[in-house]
Design a protein around this ligand. Structure first.
Ligand SMILES: *[C@@H]1O[C@H](CO)[C@@H](O)[C@H](O)[C@H]1NC(C)=O
Ligand SMILES: *[C@@H]1O[C@H](CO)[C@@H](O)[C@H](O)[C@H]1NC(C)=O
Ligand SMILES: *[C@@H]1O[C@H](CO)[C@@H](O)[C@H](O)[C@H]1NC(C)=O
Ligand SMILES: *[C@@H]1O[C@H](CO)[C@@H](O)[C@H](O)[C@H]1NC(C)=O
Length: 293
C-alpha cells in the first residue's frame, strides 16, 4: 500500500519534461536570432569606441572566430547617391531607407564556417557561407539604434555575390533566403553566382541532396512524432496527477476513518509513508494536543 508509486510516476514525468525542455533549449545554442542580437550588441560597443570612419570591422569574442562582421555608417543622402559596397554585398544607388532616417548603419555578417550550424535547409546542403545584412537607424551618433529599417527601391535590387562556390559539376545551385524561424525561400541564381534580393536578411546558396523526398518525409514524421509525444506527455502528466490526487484523497479518508485521536494518526502516517504534504496539515492538531497537558 502507500503511494510510493505515485511519486515514482511523478518523478518520471518531471524528468521527461526536463529532458524535452533541455533538448529544445539545446537546439537553441545555435539560435540565429540570438546571434543577430549578439552581433548588434558588439557592433554597438565597437561604434561607441570608433566614432570616425564609415566602415569598421566588429571583433567578436574568440569563440566566434571564423565569422566576419562589419558595419558601414552612412548618411541617407550619400546612400541614395552611391549605394553601399560591403565585400560580397552590393546595394545600388537609388535606395531609400524606410522609415526615413537621416543616418543609417548597415551591419554585414559572413558566418563563414559557422553557416551550417546556424542555418539548415531540409533536403539541401549549403555550398556557400551565409551572408546576412540588416540596416539600423543610426540617427543618434552616440549609440546605434535598435530600430531596423527596410528599403524602398527606385532603381536596381540588391546583389549578394558568392564568388567561391565549390560543388560537383552539373549540380543545380539555388539561392536561398533563410528566415530565422526556418522559413526558406528559393530563387534562381544569376550570372556570377549572384543572388538578387529586395530586402535585408540572410542568404546563401544550396544544392539539393540526392533522395530529397525521403528526407522530407522523415523530417515530417519526426515533427509529427515530437508533437504527438509532447501531447502524450502532457496527458500522462494530467492523468498521473489525477490518480495521485485520487489515491491521496482516498488514503486521507481511510486514515480519518481509522484514527480516533491525532496521536495514533501521526504514528500510523509516519510508519507508512514519507509523503510530506498531507502529514504536515494533519499533524499540527496532534502536536497541539500533546503540548496541552
Ligand atoms: C571556424 O574556424 C575557426 C578558425 O578559423 C575556428 O577557430 C572555429 O572553431 C571554427 N568554427 C567551427 C564551427 O568549426
Ligand atoms: C565593390 O567592391 C568590390 C571590391 O571590394 C569591387 O570589385 C566592385 O567593383 C565594387 N562594386 C561597385 C559597384 O563599386
Ligand atoms: C543617444 O544615445 C545615448 C546613449 O545611449 C542616450 O543617452 C541619448 O539619450 C540618445 N539620444 C537620443 C536623442 O535618443
Ligand atoms: C529558374 O530556373 C529553371 C531551370 O534552370 C527555369 O526552368 C525557371 O524558369 C527559372 N525561374 C525563373 C523565375 O527564372
Amino acid at each position: 500500500m502507500g503511494c510510493n508509486r505515485c511519486w515514482h510516476i511523478i518523478y518520471v514525468i518531471i524528468s521527461l519534461f526536463l529532458i524535452s525542455f533541455l533538448s529544445v533549449y539545446g537546439s537553441k545554442i545555435y539560435d540565429p536570432k540570438s546571434l543577430d542580437a549578439l552581433i548588434h550588441d558588439y557592433a554597438m560597443e565597437e561604434q561607441a569606441q570608433k566614432r570616425t570612419g564609415n566602415l569598421f570591422k566588429v571583433s567578436l569574442p574568440a569563440n566566434f572566430s571564423g565569422m566576419e562582421v562589419s558595419v558601414v555608417r552612412l548618411r541617407s543622402s550619400n546612400f541614395w547617391e552611391r549605394g553601399a559596397n560591403l565585400s560580397s554585398l552590393y546595394i545600388p544607388p537609388r535606395v531609400i531607407p524606410f522609415p526615413f532616417v537621416k543616418r543609417l548603419a548597415i551591419i554585414y555578417q559572413n558566418l563563414g564556417n559557422w553557416s551550417s550550424h546556424y542555418y539548415k535547409v531540409p533536403g539541401y546542403s549549403l555550398v556557400a557561407p551565409v551572408i546576412g545584412f540588416v540596416a539600423y537607424d543610426d540617427s543618434n551618433i552616440s549609440a546605434l539604434g535598435n530600430k531596423t529599417l527596410k528599403f524602398i527601391f527606385t532603381g536596381d535590387p540588391i546583389l549578394v555575390r558568392f564568388p567561391h562556390i565549390v560543388t560537383k559539376e552539373n549540380s543545380v545551385l539555388r539561392c536561398v533566403k533563410l528566415g530565422q524561424d526556418g522559413l526558406v525561400q528559393f530563387r534562381n541564381i544569376t550570372k556570377g553566382n549572384t543572388c538578387i534580393t529586395g530586402g535585408d536578411g540572410h542568404f546563401s546558396v544550396a544544392v539539393p541532396i540526392p533522395g530529397v523526398k525521403k528526407q522530407r518525409h522523415i523530417w515530417k514524421w519526426w515533427a509529427v512524432g515530437f508533437v504527438a509525444g509532447f501531447i502524450g506527455l502532457v496527458l500522462l502528466g494530467i492523468i498521473g496527477f489525477s490518480i495521485f490526487k485520487l489515491v491521496r484523497g482516498k488514503r486521507i479518508r481511510e486514515m480519518v476513518g481509522e484514527s480516533e485521536n491525532g496521536v495514533v494518526f501521526e504514528t500510523t502516517w509516519i510508519g507508512r509513508s514519507k509523503m510530506p504534504s498531507a502529514s504536515m496539515v494533519r499533524t499540527q492538531p496532534a502536536l497541539e494536543l500533546e503540548s496541552v497537558p
